[in-house]
Every structure is written in structure tokens, then in C-alpha cells.
Ligand binder design. Sequence first.
Ligand code: FAD
Length: 324
Amino acid sequence: MLRIEHSVELKNKTTIRLGGCAPYYAAIRSKEDLLDFAEQEPNMNLPFRILGGGSNLIIADASIHKELPFGVLDIDISDIEEIQPFKPSEAEFLPPLVQKKLQEGHKNFTKVTVGAGYKIPKLLQLCKANGFTGLEGLAGIPCRTGGTVAMNAGAFGTEINDVLYETEIFSKKTGLRKFSRNAMRGEYRKMHFQCGEKETEDGIILSASFIFPAVNAEEVQNKIRENYFRKKNTQPLQAFTAGCVFKNPENENGGKISAGLLLDKAGMKNTQVNAMRFSPVHASFLENTGNGTTKDALELLALAKDKVLTLFNIQLEEEVKIWI
Ligand SMILES: Cc1cc2nc3c(=O)[nH]c(=O)nc-3n(C[C@H](O)[C@H](O)[C@H](O)COP(=O)(O)OP(=O)(O)OC[C@H]3O[C@@H](n4cnc5c(N)ncnc54)[C@H](O)[C@@H]3O)c2cc1C
């Protein structure tokens, strides 16, 4: 039977260490847990939010609410369900990287299915050991599979959509359901799930399958190491942050402008409100240097948006999800 806890502090469940007291909290470790929760949910009287690794979240704390106006479902199903050879000829729809590799004459592919709570650093270990290519850009990101799919996270020209093949999702309307490749569309920091004519907005990702082209293991190891050091040299990986807080805005040609560069030019690096500051290393990373509060974080976000709008006439949009 699923245990639902009450009055749970969320601060240590986020990488930026911001978050107050959730009226209810349930750690979902299996599909049965989730079905159990779905039965109990109507008695909760408050909506819930879906928590993954907490690496892209700013959650209200006591500086905003005594108690949060929502409960939290922590999706922590962290098993490997399947690793097996994959024949692209037997599939109707394929992820973009698999299509590209097939055109290049590549023949060796593997399907890997993991629970939504499976940590991306662990998935990269698996990729390193077996020479599975496609996710090397995610090196150094402390997230889980479910959150990474939901956000279509990526870096250095790659994103999880490149190798995503199938997801299993629960939603109140559709129940438990598999989404195959043709029902999923990855855009910049968002994955869309199409269910018939409509998009599934409130879906809880329970597992994800990836198709990895298998290459030389050393090649994958080198790429992961290179990407990790590239990040480590330009981003505050050891600080309490939520990654880049703003999306990179589009220029007139549909390309991207670096939000970090705009914020740097606007003088935001090292700008501080109490214990929250924009990182001196990368201007799009907000850091909690100690006892920072959500109120301070929101003040800094508003200040940064205001400055960039005034100086460059560009409206920045948050990449980080704000739960108020
Ligand atoms: C040091 C650092 C570096 C980072 N670098 C990058 C980077 O290079 N590229 C990049 O894209 N991001 C980066 N990020 C941001 C972050 O890691 C990604 O957005 C990641 O995908 C969030 O995953 P998570 O599991 O932590 O999700 P969370 O932060 O817990 O949640 C993020 C969103 O996903 C939803 N969600 C989570 N799990 C599920 C689920 N099972 N089903 C449905 N929805 C779910 C949540 O409701 C929320 O809306 C970085 C963060 C840090 C701290």
C-alpha cells in the first residue's frame, strides 16, 4: 500500500535548495504505487505536481507560503526494464538519430527501456560501457529520465528526443498508455505527446525506451568526458543551481541567441539579492549560496528580465519551472 506523507520539506529535493512544505508527498516506486495514488487522489482536495530529479525547479518556500497549495508526486521508478538488440526494419517510426545512422549504413542498434526515475548519470554509465551513442551531450546534468524526457533536455546540439522511441504515460483521462515515436514531438525544452486529436498535458511519464546506435565504447567515453569538462569549465556545476534559468531566445533567422551572453552584457553576473545571486561563472545560472529564499530568486529573475528587455528589447522566458 502506497504511503502518503504529510508536511514534507522540499528544499533538499531540488538542486537549487529552494522549496517549502508540501501538504502531501508520495514517492512512486512502481506502476502499482501510481495506480494506488490515482485511487486515493480524489480525497486529497489539492492538486499535485510531478517531481523528478528537482534539477529544473524553483519551488515556493516560507518566504511565499506557509504551506504549498499543492502536493507532490515524486516519480522514482528506477529499474532497467529491458536491454535488447533492435531491428529498425521492424519499426514503422524511428527516432531522428536512428534514421540518420541508418542512412549512413549503420546496422547495430540496441533498445533500452528504463523507469522514469532512472538517473541520467547512470544511463550515461550504461552508454559508456556499451558504446551506445546519442546522449553524450547530457554529461554533467543531475536529472532523471522522466524529467529529461518531459523537458526534452539537451546540450551541445543534441537532445533526448534524438534517441527517444517510446514512453509509457499515465494520465487521468487516458489511464496507462504507451506513446510511440509518431505520437511524440520534441521541441526546444518541451516534449509533446499526442493522443488522437488532442495533446496530453497532464501526463505522468513512467518509463521511456531509447534506441541507441552502438559504436566503439571508447568513442562514447571520450565524448562524455569532453562534454563534461566543457561544462565544468563554463558552468558552476558544484553550486546549488537549477541549470540555466532562461531559454535562449530566437533571432530573426530562427537561430538562438545565448541568454547567458545577454545577461552577461546586462551586467547580471554576480548580481545578488541576499543569499541568491547570478553565478559569477555563467550569467544564466542562479545560485543559492546558503540560505537563499524563493522570494529573492524571483526578485532576481524579474530584475534580469527587466534589464534585458530595456537594453536589448528582448523578452526572456524562464526555462526553469516555477512552482508557486
Ligand atoms: C548543473 C545543472 C546543469 C544543467 N544542464 C542542463 C543542460 O545542459 N541542458 C538542459 O536541457 N537542462 C539542463 N539542466 C536542467 C535540468 O537538469 C533539466 O531540465 C532536466 O531535464 C530536469 O530533469 P529532472 O528529472 O531534474 O526534472 P525536475 O526538475 O524534477 O522537473 C522538471 C519538469 O519535468 C516535469 N517532470 C519531471 N518528472 C516527470 C515525469 N516522470 N513525468 C512527467 N513530467 C515530469 C516536472 O513536473 C517539471 O515540470 C541542468 C541543471 C543543473 C542543475
